[in-house]
Each structure stands twice: as C-alpha cells, then as structure tokens.
Design a protein around this ligand. Structure first.
Ligand SMILES: C[S@@+](CC[C@H](N)C(=O)[O-])C[C@H]1O[C@@H](n2cnc3c(N)ncnc32)[C@H](O)[C@@H]1O
Length: 390
C-alpha cells in the first residue's frame, strides 16, 4: 500500500494521521467523524470551539464539494490552489460543521501540493501537528512524541519548508472582489495580488518611499489638493485613503470634519486605522467603482487613486460623486493624467493598474456629471482639479 492509500484508509476508519504538507507537519482525520475530530483536538489540547481547515488534495474535488461557491470565488480558487494558502470562505450551508469551531458561517480551505499524497480523494480536517500554542513541526521528530505514538498513521516526509500557510480572507470576494491577508506566511501578498487582481498591489511598509520616488512632486500635489478642498467642510468622503497620508492633511485643513474613507486594500487601511483619530474617521474596505457610502457630503477628495479606473469608470464615478455631494459641495482630486505633451509623461505606470486619462476628458466628464470644474494646479503629468456641484 502506498502513502496515499494508507492515508485514505486511515481516514475511512476514523483514524488520526500525522502527515507532511507543503508547509509543516499536520494532523488529519475525517471531518465528518465526530469521534475522530474530538480525538484529534484532544491530542493537540485544542479547544473544540477553535476552527480547523478542511484540506483537499485535489482542486477539482474541492470545487465539487463546495457547489455553493460563486463564480468569482471559484475562479480565485483555481488561481491560488494548490498552494501554501488557507482560504477563509463564506459557508452559507454550514458544510464541514465539525471543522468550523464556533463560526459555522466560515470555512477554512487548504489544498496543498503534497506529492506523496497525490490522488487522495478524501477531504480531511487538518491542523498542525503540535500542541496548541506550541511551535509547528518542520521535521517528524519535532512532532511531540505523544502525538506520534497516539496517531494511527505516521507518514515521514523528511524536512519541510517550515513556513506556515498564508491565511487569506475571501469571504467578501464574491460580493465585491476584496480580500485581505489575515496571517502572512508561505505565499507573499504580492503573489496573492498578482493571482487575484492580476496586478500590482501596494505594500504599506514601502508605500511612502516608493510613491515619493515615483512622484517627486508628491508633497506639492498633496498641498495643492488640500488647498483645492477649501475649508470648513463638516462631512468628507475620501476615495483611496491608502495609509492615510492625504487623510491627515484633510483633517488638519477641515478641523471640524468627520471623514469617511474607502480603499480596496485592507493592508493599506490597517496602517491608516492605526495612524488616524478613530473619533473622526470611519474607514471602509471597498472599491470606488462600487456604490459610494451614503451622502450628503460637503467634500469628496481623492489623491492618486482615480487614475486606476478605466475612462468609462471615471465618468461613472464622477456622476456618483455628484449624487453623494450636497448641492454646492466640492469634489477635489489630484492625480496622474495623460499630459498634452507626451514628453511630460514622467510618472512610472504599471500596465493594467495605472490608467490615467487626459485632463480635458476628465473636465468634460465632470461637466456632464453636473460639476463646474477648474484646474487648480498642473505640472507635467500631475493635476489637481476643483469641481463644484451645481
Ligand atoms: C497611490 S495610493 C494613494 C493613497 C493616498 N491618497 C496618498 O496620496 O498617499 C492609491 C490607493 O488607492 C487604492 N485603490 C486603488 N484602486 C482602487 C479602487 N478601485 N478602489 C478603491 N481603492 C483603490 C489603493 O489600494 C491605494 O491605497
């Protein structure tokens, strides 16, 4: 009997196995066998209220077993799996309830690439092969002896990479395409972003130095935007808050304002959340292509975000911004544009991610949306626009 057959048989008879994954040694049992699940948890001294992932060794089988997943999520699974990620998925019908701990609405899914278990057609409940709170086992001898002796099957996979999986929250992915990293691990955020968005993703730790080097007039752009935003706004909506660089300048300028910020990157927002005054700022994970938070706002402001949209999306956004503003309210944005003279195109752009449009087009879309707009400042391929809702 090979390892795959032995493993399947162990699961079938309600056994517990120690086995190698693509990250660290794991413990597995049949996810629908209460007796086996309780035994696995007891061996680890893990409270039953804590969830475990359900692991498949075949992506197709995982997709077949979770028919309620929507098309967008299925597509994401196809791009991320097999691989060193644990995916948190919404679980509307409560599948694999014994693995869900005290949150039956969420399912953790793993599909690793484990050659010696290729062909296993049995989903398993899996957890790392260590005592709760202990360190994860990279080698079989690092698995606590009691666990090894009590298991019904032990498969030696030699020395493993040792980095745990990256945990990704995809529970809102179907709805609005957003995702976040819950725990960093074997797969980098950049690799996830490339797989999910097909595009570059901002890294909050390097953002400021990167943007200052890409946009040498970054500080000036912020100043001009803040000047274009006027003064005395009470309710402000910010599009593309990022790490909060524009936000804190807007809060200083409009010192009585409460601000709602949206951004599609949870990683960027986490930095903003830590830096901004919670009593004045409400931050939402979301895309500016989707419905905006309910108005009316006195001011809608944005720096270096709108250029990520396609032309038609920009025109549609301007119309939604007009609806979100009170009459007489202001829309101020500073961004990269397609300059009249191609020699002025200095800002480095990433294909499919940065999509600047000519300033003249944007002024036309603003007029169509019901704005009286003027250019507040322009330099090379950067511009700040102030537009009043008429
Ligand atoms: C260049 S940063 C600008 C951040 C900040 N305003 C500043 O000037 O430093 C662009 C931000 O827009 C966000 N973003 C990009 N596309 C977006 C979209 N479609 N919807 C919402 N946010 C988006 C990115 O996640 C990023 O945080």
């Amino acid at each position: 009997m090979n390892d795959s057959e032995a493993f399947e048989r162990c699961m079938a008879v309600g056994g517990v196995a120690v086995f190698p994954t693509d990250t660290v040694y794991g413990l597995a049992c049949d996810p629908d066998n209460r007796f086996a699940v309780e035994r696995l948890y007891l061996l680890k001294r893990r409270p039953l209220a804590k969830p475990s992932a359900v692991m498949f060794f075949d992506v197709e089988l995982a997709l077949e077993s979770l028919p309620e997943l929507g098309p967008r999520t299925r597509d994401a699974l196809g791009r991320l799996l097999p691989g060193g990620v644990t995916l948190l998925l919404s679980n509307p019908v409560g599948r694999f309830a014994l693995a869900s701990g005290d949150d039956p609405s969420t399912l953790g899914l793993r599909v690793p690439r484990v050659e010696r278990l290729a062909g296993v057609r049995w989903p398993v409940l899996q957890s790392s092969a260590n005592r709760a709170g202990g360190s994860e086992a990279r080698r079989l001898e690092d698995v606590p002896e009691l666990i090894r002796r009590s298991a019904d099957l032990v498969i030696d996979g030699g020395e493993l990479p040792g980095t745990p999986s990256t945990v990704l929250d995809l529970r809102r992915y179907e709805e609005d395409g957003t995702w976040s990293v819950v725990r960093s691990g074997a797969v980098t955020t950049a690799a996830v972003a490339e797989a999910l968005d097909g595009q570059y993703h901002f890294d909050p730790t390097t953002y400021l130095s990167m943007i200052r080097s890409d946009v040498p007039l970054y500080e000036r752009l912020q100043e001009e935007l803040v000047a274009a935003s006027g003064s005395g706004a009470g309710r402000v909506l910010e599009l593309g808050t990022g790490t909060g660089e524009t936000t804190r300048r807007l809060l200083a300028q409009h010192d009585g304002a409460a601000l709602v910020g949206i951004d599609s990157s949870e990683d960027m927002l986490a930095v903003a959340r830590a830096a901004l005054p919670a009593e004045r700022v409400e931050l939402h994970l979301g895309r500016i292509e989707d419905p905006l938070p309910a108005g009316p706002f006195d001011l809608v402001a944005s720096a270096l975000c709108i250029h990520h949209l396609l032309d038609s999306e920009k025109a549609a956004l301007f119309a939604r911004v007009r609806e979100a503003l009170r009459s007489g309210g202001r829309f101020a944005f500073g961004d990269v544009v397609v300059p009249v003279d191609p020699a002025d195109a200095r800002t480095p752009l990433t294909d499919g991610f940065d999509r600047p449009s000519p300033l003249a087009d944007q002024l036309k879309w603003l007029a169509e949306a019901g704005f009286d707009a003027h250019v507040q400042w322009a330099a090379g391929d950067l511009a700040v626009v102030a537009a009043d809702a008429v």
